[in-house]
Design a protein around this ligand. Structure first.
Ligand code: CS2
Ligand code: MG
Length: 408
C-alpha cells in the first residue's frame, strides 16, 4: 500500500478551515486539520504546492519517517505555517493507521488512561451580570470548569467577549471578515489589572470554591504586570492564568514564579518543543497549551507532552473553534491516552461546521469522549464543504489608548 492522492480542502462553514485528505492505494482516507486562523491560504498552498507531490507513492505506515522527512527535509524548519502543514499530514496518516487497525486512535497511543476528558467552556460577559449568567448556564450543562473573560469598564470590544452578547453558548469568532485589513481594538492594561481581581472575588462569592476558573491574559502583560496580576488573583485559586505575558520570552516567567503560585499555562502560539525548552526544564509553566494542529501533529504532541510529564507539567490542549473538529478529535485521543492530562478547551463548533464535519465525540456532564470509531472518528463531507466558499478573515490588531500597537 502507498499514498495514492493528496487533496487540500478549504471551506468556510461559519469560519475558515483547511483540511488535508490523504487517500491510500487501497482507498482508505485519512483527514488532517491544517487551519491557521487568519493565514489559512499560506498553509493550504504549502500543502498543495510543496508537500502533496512528495507524498504520493510513500508508504502511509511510515509516520515517523514521513514526519522527519517533512521537518528536516524542509531545511527552513519550525514556524506556524510549516508545522501546521506537517501536523495535517501526520494527523491524516494516524487516522489511516488506526482505520487499518480497526481501532480508535487512542488505542494506538496506549489505550484509555481515564473514562473521559474534562473540558472547560468559555464563559464571558460584557459586565458581571452577563458573565454570571453565562457561568450559570455552563454549570447547568454540567461543565466543572469555565474560562472567564469579561469587559473592562471604559474599554470597548475586547478579547474573549462576544460582541453577539451574553449567553451560555455563542459563537465567539475572533477572526473578522473585515475586507483587506484587520479590524482594530483598543486596550489599557492598567484598567484591566485594576478590574479583574474584583471579578474573580465576586465569582468565588457567587459560585463557591469548587468551580475551576481559568483566565486568558492573551499575551498582553509585561513580566512585572503579569507578576502583579498573578499575585493579586492568588486568593481566588485560578485553575490557570493563560498567556500572562508573551511566552516566547520564556525567561520572563521566572519573574511571575517569584511572586505567585497561580498556575500558568502557555503555548497556543508555539509550534515546536523548542519553544518550551526553558519553560519546561525550569518548571516555569504548569500546563502545555499547544494545539495538535499547530505543533506538528500527533507524533510531535505526544513527544512534547511526554517531555513535559517528566517535569510534572500537564496538558491543556488548545481547542477553540478555529481548530477544526478533526484537530479537536486528535486532541481528544491524546487527552484520553496520556497520563499527564490536565484539561481540554472546548468551544462547541456551530451547526454549519457540523454539516461539513461528521464527528463522533460525545459530551456528558462536563466531559468529552473521542468515541470508538476506527481512526480519529471525524469524516468530512466534501459536497457540503463545497457550499461554503473561503472568505478572507483576519484576527484583530490591538492598540493601546495612545495608538501603540500591542499584543492582541
Ligand atoms: C484563545 C484562542 O482559546 C484561547 O485560549 O487564546 O481562542 C485564540 O484567541 C484564537 O485561537 C485565535 O485564533
Ligand atoms: Mg488563549
Amino acid at each position: 500500500m502507498s499514498i495514492a492522492s493528496v487533496d487540500v480542502i478549504v471551506t468556510s462553514p461559519g469560519r475558515n478551515f483547511v483540511t488535508l485528505k490523504i487517500t491510500t492505494s487501497d482507498g482508505i482516507v485519512g483527514w488532517g486539520d491544517a487551519t491557521l486562523n487568519g493565514r489559512e491560504l499560506s498553509v493550504a498552498s504549502y500543502l498543495s504546492e510543496h508537500l502533496a507531490s512528495m507524498l504520493i507513492g510513500r508508504d502511509e505506515d511510515r509516520i515517523e519517517d514521513t514526519w522527519q522527512y517533512l521537518y528536516r527535509g524542509a531545511y527552513w524548519r519550525r514556524g506556524p505555517v510549516t508545522m501546521a502543514a506537517i501536523a495535517a499530514v501526520d494527523m491524516a496518516l494516524w487516522d489511516i493507521k488506526a482505520k487499518k487497525a480497526g481501532m480508535p486512535l487512542y488505542q494506538l497511543l496506549g489505550g484509555a488512561s481515564r473514562d473521559g476528558v474534562r473540558v472547560y467552556a468559555h464563559a464571558s460577559g460584557t459586565d458581571f451580570e452577563a458573565l454570571s449568567n453565562a457561568i450559570t448556564g455552563y454549570r447547568e450543562l454540567g461543565f466543572t470548569a469555565v474560562r472567564v473573560q469579561t469587559g473592562v469598564p471604559g474599554l470597548g470590544q475586547i478579547y474573549g467577549v462576544s460582541a453577539a452578547g451574553p449567553g451560555v453558548r455563542y459563537d465567539y469568532e475572533p477572526a473578522k471578515r473585515s475586507g483587506d485589513r484587520p479590524a482594530e481594538e483598543t486596550w489599557d492594561t492598567r484598567q484591566y489589572l485594576n478590574h479583574m481581581p474584583g471579578v474573580f472575588s465576586k465569582i468565588r462569592e457567587e459560585f463557591g470554591t469548587d468551580l475551576r476558573i481559568l483566565h486568558d491574559g492573551h499575551h498582553r502583560m509585561s513580566p512585572i504586570e503579569a507578576a502583579r496580576f498573578a499575585k493579586d488573583v492568588e486568593p481566588y485559586d485560578l485553575f490557570w492564568l493563560e498567556d500572562a505575558t508573551p511566552g516566547e520570552d520564556q525567561t520572563a516567567l521566572r519573574l511571575i514564579r517569584q511572586h505567585s503560585t497561580t498556575p500558568l499555562a502557555i503555548g497556543e502560539v508555539f509550534n515546536t518543543v523548542y519553544d518550551y525548552q526553558t519553560l519546561i526544564t525550569e518548571r516555569l509553566i504548569d500546563y502545555v497549551r499547544s494545539a495538535v494542529t499547530h505543533t506538528g501533529g500527533i507524533t510531535a504532541m505526544k513527544k512534547l507532552l511526554d517531555f513535559a510529564a517528566i517535569y510534572g507539567i500537564r496538558s491543556g490542549i488548545h481547542g477553540p473553534t478555529d481548530i477544526s473538529p478533526v484537530g479537536m478529535a486528535a486532541a481528544l485521543h491524546l487527552d484520553l491516552a496520556i497520563h499527564n492530562f490536565g484539561i481540554q478547551e472546548y468551544m462547541p463548533h456551530n451547526e454549519q461546521t457540523l454539516e461539513v464535519f461528521q464527528t463522533s465525540f460525545t459530551f456528558d456532564k462536563g466531559f468529552l469522549h473521542p468515541g470508538d470509531q476506527p481512526g480519529l472518528g471525524v469524516e468530512l463531507d466534501e459536497q457540503a464543504a463545497g457550499a461554503f466558499e473561503y472568505t478572507k478573515a483576519y484576527l484583530p490588531v490591538n492598540r493601546l489608548l495612545d495608538g501603540t500597537v500591542h499584543d492582541w
